[in-house]
Design a protein around this ligand. Structure first.
Ligand code: 0WK
Ligand code: 0WK
Ligand code: BGC
Ligand code: BGC
Length: 896
C-alpha cells in the first residue's frame, strides 16, 4: 500500500528530476555544441561572416608565446576579473623562471563600474598613482602592459576599441572607444606621472603567456571565472581580418557570445533566459551566462525560486532574500558541492540566506548546484574540444599534444569544475592530449611578458632614474679624470681647455668674420658688433657646401676649400682688401695651447680628411689662405661650437655658463674654476672647458647600457671604438639606430610581415629627420606610412604605430642620456659655487634639439628630475655659434 506521501514524494522527485534533466547534456548534445562552436569559430575568422558571427575571434597582435629571452621591468594592470590589480614585474633571463612580481589589489566600486568612463579611468589612474607612490616609482617611465578583460577590436598591440562591456561593468562613453587612449587621457588629466602603454591584452591572452613561460606547449588560454573566454594561437592564413599569411597570431575567441544567434536555444533553459533577462546586457554573452561564475549562482537561485514556487523546496516559502538578485553567489556552489561539506553545512549556508531548509531541501539544493556547475564545465569542455580539434587540423596532425593555461575563480575554487571540463575535452576530442596548467601568477605576468616580447629590443633602451643617476655619477668621475693632470692622458672625456675665460660682458665691439665648420652646414659670417645706445650685433652669413670628397680627402684640399669659400665670401662682402679678425668655430676636439692655437685630436662625425689630426688647424688654414694670396685674414681664435653657442647665448643672458650641441654630433662646454684645471696655469677665475662628452664610454664604461644596435652602428662608422656616447645619442646616428632595429624586428616577423627590402637594408636610408617627423603627435603616423612606403615595406597601420614606438624609445634614450651627462655638469657647477641651489642658463643648439617635436621637453623634464636643486634655463641659440665666435675674437683682439 503505497502511501499518498510516498506517491507525492515520488512525483515531487520526478518533477525535480525533470527540472534537473534540462541541465543534463548527453554526449550527443555536447558533440552538437562542439560542432556548432566550430562553425562559429570559422565564421568569426572569415571576413564576410565575421560581422554576424556570435564568436568574434578578435585578433590580438600577439604573434608568439615567450621564448625565455624576455627581460626587463614592466608595469601591468589587470582589470576585469574579480580583482583589479596593479603590478610591477621584473623579468630576468638565465634561469627559466626568474620573474619577480609585486602587486596591489584595488577595489572597483559598483558606482565606478557603472558610472562614466571618465570616472572609471580616473579611478584606475588614481590606483596606479597610489601604487607608484607605494613603490617609490613615480618618476620611472616604465612600459606598461594592460590586461583588459573585455572584448576589444584591436588594430595593433596597443590599440583596441571596446566592443561592449560584459560581466558587472557598464561605464558610459566607453564602448566603441580606444581603451588605451582613454587611459592615456586619464593619465594626462592627472598630470602626475608618465607611462608608456605598450600593449593591451585580454586576460585569456595574459594567462596563455604566463603559462607558456613555464610550458612552451601552452598555446591556449582559458578563463573560467567571473566571465568565460578562450584564446589560442591560430594560423595567420586563417585570420582573414588581418593581412599576411605567415606564422601565427593569438586570437581572442570571445566565446562568451556563443549562442547570440540562437543556435543553442535547444539547450538553453527557461532559467537561463531569466538570468539573461535580468542581466546588464540581455541577449548578449549567452554562452557565458551558462558557464561563468557571475551567473551560475543566479541560475541556481532561479531554479530554487521555481522549485519553491512549485512547493518542491523550502515548503514553498519564498523569502525576500531568495528573491534578491545575486544573493546566491557562485562561491556557494563551490562550497555546497565540495564533498567535505556535510549537509549540515549546506543548511547553514542556506540559513545565512534566510532560507529555513530541511535535509531533503539541502540535498535538492546540492543536486541543483551540481547540475548547473556540471553543465557549465561540460559546455566549456565542448567548446575547448572544438578549439583543440581545430588546432590539430590546422597543423594537419592525427594527434595533437597541447597545453591550456587556465585561470579564474570558478576553475580554481569549484571542487569538480576542472575535472568535468577535462573529462569532457578528453571524450569529445580523443585525438588530442590536452594538459591544463593553472596560472599561479595571474595574467599580469603575461601582460608584462607580451610587453617584453614587443619591447625585447627596446627595453634595454629605457633607463630608470636610478640608472640615469648612475650614468651621471660615472660621467662626473670622467670629468674629474679629464681635469686631473695625472689622469687626463688616459681620460676618455678629454675636458679640453678653451682659453675662453668669460662670457660676453657687453664690451665687445668690432667687425669680424666667423667661420662655422663641423655642423650640418659650413657657414661663413660677417659679424658687426657695435655700441650705439646699446650693444647690437649685425650678422650676414652664407652657407657653403662641404662635399664628401672634400671632407674625406686630404687636409690640404679641405683647408683650400675653406679658404676658397672664405675668399668667395669676402668677395661678396667687398672686404677682400681688409684684414678682418677671424673667429673659427671648428666643431671637433682640439687641444688648445692658446686661443688661436688648436691641434685637432681626432675627426668625428662625417669628417675624415687626412693629414689633419695632430696638426694645428689655424696653421693649416693660414697656409691655405697664404697659398691663395688673394686676401689676408687674421685668425684670432678657434672655438668649439659648444663654446660659440655658450658665447652667443651669453650675449643675451649673463647667467649662461654652459653650451650644448645636440645636432649631427653632441658635446658640451661649461665654465670651470681655473684652480680645478690642472693643464692650465693659474687658480684665479674660470675658463671654459670643452668636455668632448661624445667620447664618454670609449673606455668601456658604458658597455652595460650599449645595445647590439649601438655596436653595429659603431662597427659601420668612420671611427669605430670612438665617440661611443655620441653614437648613442646624436643626430648623425639616430636614424640609423632606428633602421637597424626595424630590420631586426622585420627579420623576426614583428614588422612588415617579415618583408625586408633593399631600401630598408640600405645604410642611411632612414634619417634622423624621419624620426622627428614620425614622432609628431598629429601627422606622425601619416609620415610613417609615407616614409616606410618609400622604403618599399608596404607598412600596415600597426606597423606604423610600432615604428613610431621604436622612434620614441630611441630618441627618448638620447634625451635621457644627455640629461644625465648635463646633470653631472650642473651638479659640478653647483658644487664649484658651493651654493645649495644652482641658478644657471644652458645655451643650446643643434638640429636634433631644434627639429625633434618632443626632444627638448623630454630633456628639460629629466634634467629637472635628476638635478632638483637647480633652476635651469634652456636658451636656444637663434643665431648659431658664429656670433659667439665673434665675441671670443673681439676679446682676443683686445688682448693682442
Ligand atoms: C586572474 C587574472 C585576471 C583574470 C581573472 C579571471 O589575473 O586577468 O581576469 O583571473 O578570474 P576571475 O577573477 O574573474 O575569477
Ligand atoms: C649650429 C651652430 C654650429 C653647430 C651646429 C650643430 O652654429 O656651430 O655645429 O649648430 O648642429 P648641427 O648642424 O650639427 O645639427
Ligand atoms: C570577456 C572576456 C574575458 C572573460 C574572462 C568576458 O566577459 O568578454 O574578454 O576574457 O570575460 O574574464
Ligand atoms: C665633436 C665636438 C662638437 C660636437 C657637436 C662632436 O663630434 O667632437 O667637438 O662640439 O660634435 O658638433
Amino acid at each position: 500500500m503505497v502511501t499518498a506521501v510516498a506517491q507525492r514524494l515520488a512525483s515531487q522527485r520526478k518533477e525535480i528530476d525533470d527540472t534537473l534533466a534540462t541541465f543534463t547534456l548527453s554526449t550527443t548534445q555536447l558533440q552538437e555544441v562542439k560542432a556548432k562552436m566550430r562553425v562559429e569559430l570559422e565564421r568569426g575568422l572569415k571576413k564576410d561572416t565575421h560581422p554576424t558571427a556570435s564568436v568574434k575571434m578578435l585578433p590580438t597582435y600577439v604573434y608568439r608565446t615567450p621564448d625565455g629571452t624576455e627581460r626587463g621591468k614592466y608595469l601591468a594592470l589587470d582589470l576585469g576579473g574579480t580583482n583589479f590589480r596593479v603590478l610591477v614585474v621584473k623579468i630576468r633571463t638565465g634561469m627559466r623562471n626568474s620573474v619577480r612580481m609585486y602587486n596591489k589589489i584595488y577595489a572597483i566600486p559598483l558606482e565606478i563600474m557603472q558610472g562614466t568612463g571618465e570616472e572609471l579611468f580616473d579611478h584606475i589612474v588614481q590606483c596606479i598613482s597610489d601604487f607608484l607612490d607605494y613603490m617609490g616609482m613615480k618618476n620611472t617611465r616604465l612600459p606598461l602592459g594592460f590586461t583588459f578583460s573585455f572584448p576589444c577590436n584591436q588594430t595593433g598591440i596597443d590599440k583596441g576599441d571596446l566592443v561592449s562591456w560584459t560581466k558587472g561593468f557598464k561605464a558610459t562613453d566607453c564602448e566603441g572607444y580606444d581603451v588605451v587612449d582613454m587611459l592615456r587621457e586619464a593619465i594626462k588629466r592627472r598630470n602626475e606621472f608618465d607611462l608608456d602603454i605598450v600593449a593591451i591584452v585580454n586576460d585569456t591572452v595574459g594567462t596563455m603567456m604566463t603559462c607558456a613561460y613555464e610550458d612552451p606547449k601552452c598555446q591556449i588560454g582559458l578563463i573560467a571565472g567571473t566571465g568565460s573566454n578562450v584564446c589560442y594561437m591560430e594560423e595567420m592564413k586563417n585570420i582573414e581580418l588581418v593581412e599576411g599569411d605567415e606564422g601565427q597570431m593569438c586570437v581572442n575567441t570571445e566565446w562568451g557570445g556563443f549562442g547570440e544567434n540562437d543556435n543553442i536555444e535547444d539547450i538553453r533553459t527557461r532559467y537561463d533566459r531569466e538570468v539573461d533577462g535580468g542581466s546588464l546586457n540581455p541577449g548578449k554573452q549567452r554562452f557565458e551566462k551558462m558557464t561563468s561564475g557571475m551567473y551560475l549562482g543566479e541560475i541556481v537561485r532561479q531554479i530554487l525560486i521555481d522549485l519553491t514556487k512549485r512547493g518542491l523546496l523550502f515548503r514553498g516559502r519564498i523569502t525576500e532574500r531568495l528573491k534578491t538578485k545575486g544573493i546566491f553567489e557562485t562561491k556557494f556552489l563551490s562550497q555546497i558541492e565540495s564533498d567535505r561539506l556535510a549537509l549540515l553545512q549546506v543548511r547553514s549556508i542556506l540559513q545565512s540566506l534566510g532560507l529555513d531548509s530541511t535535509c531533503d531541501d539541502s540535498i535538492i539544493v546540492k543536486e541543483v548546484c551540481g547540475a548547473v556547475s556540471r553543465r557549465a564545465a561540460q559546455l566549456c569542455g565542448a567548446g575547448m574540444a572544438a578549439i583543440v580539434d581545430k588546432i590539430r587540423e590546422n597543423r594537419g596532425l592525427d594527434h595533437l599534444e597541447i597545453t591550456v593555461g587556465v585561470d579564474g575563480t570558478l576553475y580554481k575554487l569549484h571542487p569538480h569544475f576542472s575535472t568535468i571540463l577535462k573529462d569532457t575535452v578528453r571524450e569529445l576530442a580523443p585525438n588530442c592530449k590536452v594538459d591544463f596548467i593553472l596560472s599561479e601568477d595571474g595574467s599580469g605576468k603575461g601582460a608584462a611578458l607580451i610587453t617584453a616580447v614587443i619591447d625585447k629590443y627596446l627595453y634595454a633602451m629605457r633607463f630608470s632614474d636610478e640608472t640615469l643617476r648612475d650614468i651621471m655619477a660615472r660621467f662626473r668621475r670622467e670629468m674629474e679624470n679629464g681635469l686631473g693632470g695625472d689622469t687626463n692622458p688616459t681620460a676618455t672625456v678629454k675636458m679640453l681647455p678653451t682659453f675662453v675665460r668669460s662670457i660676453p660682458d657687453g664690451s665687445e665691439k668690432g667687425d669680424f668674420i666667423a667661420l662655422d665648420l663641423g655642423g650640418s652646414n659650413f657657414r661663413i659670417l660677417r659679424v658687426k658688433v657695435s655700441h650705439e645706445k646699446k650693444q647690437t650685433v649685425q650678422m650676414e652669413s652664407q652657407i657653403y657646401e662641404t662635399p664628401e670628397d672634400i671632407i674625406h680627402g686630404s687636409g690640404s684640399r679641405l683647408f683650400d676649400h675653406v679658404a676658397e669659400c672664405l675668399g668667395d665670401f669676402m668677395e661678396k662682402q667687398k672686404i677682400k682688401d681688409k684684414k678682418l679678425p677671424v673667429g673659427f668655430t671648428f666643431s671637433f676636439p682640439c687641444a688648445h695651447s692658446k686661443l688661436d692655437e688648436a691641434v685637432l685630436l681626432t675627426w668625428t662625425k662625417r669628417f675624415k680628411a687626412s693629414g689633419v689630426e695632430g696638426m694645428d688647424v689655424v696653421k693649416l688654414l693660414n697656409k691655405a689662405i697664404k697659398k691663395r694670396g688673394d686676401y689676408d685674414a687674421d685668425i684670432m681664435a678657434v672655438v668649439n661650437d659648444t663654446v660659440g653657442t655658450m658665447m652667443t647665448c651669453g650675449f643675451d643672458d649673463q647667467r649662461c655658463e654652459v653650451g650644448i650641441i645636440i645636432g649631427t654630433g653632441t658635446n658640451a662646454c661649461y665654465m670651470e674654476e681655473l684652480r680645478h684645471i690642472d693643464m692650465v696655469e693659474g687658480d684665479e677665475g674660470r675658463m671654459c672647458i670643452n668636455t668632448e662628452w661624445g667620447a664618454f664610454g670609449d673606455d668601456g664604461t658604458l658597455e652595460d647600457i650599449r645595445t647590439e644596435f649601438d655596436r653595429e652602428i659603431d662597427r659601420g662608422s668612420l671611427n669605430p671604438g670612438k665617440q661611443l656616447f655620441e653614437k648613442m645619442v646624436s643626430g648623425m646616428y639616430m636614424g640609423e639606430l632606428v633602421r637597424l632595429i626595424l630590420v631586426k624586428m622585420a627579420k623576426e616577423g614583428l614588422l612588415f610581415e617579415g618583408r625586408i627590402t633593399p631600401e630598408l637594408l640600405t645604410k642611411g636610408k632612414f634619417e634622423t629627420k624621419h624620426v622627428s617627423a614620425i614622432e609628431k603627435s598629429k601627422e606622425g603616423l601619416t609620415k610613417a606610412k609615407e616614409i616606410l612606403t618609400r622604403l618599399g615595406v608596404e607598412p600596415s597601420e600597426d606597423d606604423c604605430i610600432a615604428v613610431q614606438h621604436v622612434c620614441a624609445i630611441v630618441s627618448f634614450r638620447s634625451a635621457n642620456l644627455i640629461a644625465a651627462t648635463l646633470g653631472a655638469i650642473l651638479t659640478r657647477l653647483k658644487d664649484n659655487k658651493n651654493s645649495p641651489r644652482l641658478r644657471t642658463t644652458v645655451g643650446i643648439d643643434g638640429s636634433l634639439y631644434k627639429m625633434h617635436p618632443q626632444y627638448s621637453r623630454r630633456l628639460h623634464k629629466t634634467v629637472r628630475r635628476l638635478v632638483p636643486e637647480s633652476d635651469v634655463r634652456f636658451l636656444l641659440s637663434e643665431s648659431g655659434s658664429g656670433k659667439g665666435a665673434a665675441m671670443v675674437t673681439a676679446w682676443a683682439s683686445r688682448e693682442s
